[in-house]
Design a protein around this ligand. Structure first.
Ligand code: ADP
Length: 384
């Protein structure tokens, strides 16, 4: 692999903005003492000592940005007083309080550039949506539990770094521990192991996520977590079909994707964009779920078609992908989901739980299908 250049590093660092000044760290002349040794990178960020505690997030953001450069094995960024001479601020001095972490296989081999499989994880299913608020996370959580009910070992990765809601929906709080200092032990509830950026940063911490940081945070949550043997890792993607989602879809070795939409969303073509995005990166779309499909009256059980229900089924047929099922708009789904007691686990006898289980049955079958197909086609050639 080609040597990582200074230019590459400065280039990604110029995408990291200090929220205090609005300037990126390169323009603000904060970067000094850059050392590159093989895939190991060290540098200092010069800050006013009085402000050092506040700049920790910025330091981490810089590390994450550099860490996302292919071929980088470890990054160590340290904060130094900005009057220090560049030589004194160089990486070796900073090693006393270095926060670097090694990536990739032991022995310093470079990471394979494309979708390396994740040890111990048999399949990965992304849950995506064309826009926010359609019930993507609710679906991801209930799907995960319904897959667990099929006897599978299931993990849930909250990749919605802009609005992590999985900890709340699974009723988990606290911080994941790392006894060996290398891998984080995922959190757990309802028989689902889970990792979310929500466990690592305070909810009210304003985070500016730049492209490389998004990938780095995601890769760490994927690869630096002791997921243990899993049959399925369900990934709750951020809403939308922007660059971050595309990159994730491209970099995570996805077995397939489930697209959640509401009837209105189908009308607005957002779900179609999701479908197009996965097809672009050669990820099989397992199908579409229509959420908030119709309204179920909590008093009399009467069903009202508030929106033109059934659009997802029609769209799926038009676009040549499967329709996985429909979930009604029901107050119990909202209440249980927001209370950390997902309906499939807390009210397994309800028709809603049954609806999620029916979706899970289809998804489980598609996982097996995709794994079989992958085996047949390996090594795979992608023609774009
Ligand atoms: P997204 O992940 O798409 O942003 P969420 O899963 O966070 O959406 O859902 C948004 C809100 O809608 C949450 O309060 C959730 O409890 C609620 N919700 C999701 N699906 C349903 C449903 N089928 N019926 C009622 N409320 C729902």
């Amino acid at each position: 692999m080609a040597e990582i250049s200074r230019e590459q590093i400065m280039n990604v660092l110029s995408g990291v903005v200090d929220p205090d000044t609005g300037k990126d760290v390169v323009r603000a002349n904060m970067v000094s003492g850059l050392v590159i040794k093989g895939g190991n990178v060290g540098f200092a960020l010069e800050v006013d000592p009085a402000e050092a505690p506040r700049k920790e997030a910025l330091r981490k953001a810089c590390e994450a940005a550099v860490d996302a450069i292919p071929g980088v094995l470890s990054v160590s960024a340290v904060l130094t007083a900005h009057r220090a001479s560049p030589a004194a601020a160089a990486a070796p001095r900073g090693q006393a309080h270095a926060h670097g972490h090694a990536h990739g296989p032991a022995g310093g081999q470079p990471r394979p550039a494309e979708k390396p499989a994740i040890e111990g994880i048999r399949s990965i299913v992304a849950v995506a949506s064309g826009k926010g608020g359609v019930g993507k996370s609710t679906t991801a959580v209930n799907l995960a539990i319904a897959l667990r009910d099929r006897g599978l070992k299931v993990g849930l990765l909250d990749a919605d770094i802009y609005g992590p809601s999985i900890p709340r929906m699974l009723g988990i709080s606290g911080r994941p521990q790392s006894p060996d200092g290398k891998k984080l032990i995922p959190m757990q509830n309802w028989g689902i192991v889970c990792m979310s950026i929500g466990f690592l940063i305070a909810e009210d911490t304003p985070m500016i996520w730049r492209g490389p940081m998004v990938m780095s945070a995601l890769e760490q949550m994927l690869r630096e977590v002791a997921w243990g043997p899993l049959d399925v890792l369900v990934v709750d993607l951020p809403p939308g079909t922007g660059d971050a989602q595309l990159t994730m879809a491209q970099r995570v070795p996805l077995t397939g994707a489930v697209i959640v939409s509401t009837p209105q969303d189908i009308a607005l073509l957002d779900a179609r964009k999701g479908l197009a995005m996965f097809r672009r990166v050669d990820v099989p779309v397992m199908g579409i779920v229509e959420n908030m499909s119709y309204f179920c009256c909590p008093n009399c059980g009467h069903r009202t078609e508030i929106f033109a229900h059934g659009g997802a089924r029609k769209t799926a047929a038009e676009l040549g992908c499967d329709f996985l099922g429909e979930i009604p708009l029901d107050i119990r789904i909202r209440e249980t989901s927001d209370a950390g007691e997902p309906i499939v686990a807390s009210e397994p006898g309800s028709p809603h739980a049954a609806a999620y289980r029916a979706i899970a049955e289809k998804v489980a079958a598609k996982i097996e299908e995709a794994l079989g197909e992958q085996q047949r086609r390996a090594p795979k050639i992608v023609i774009q």
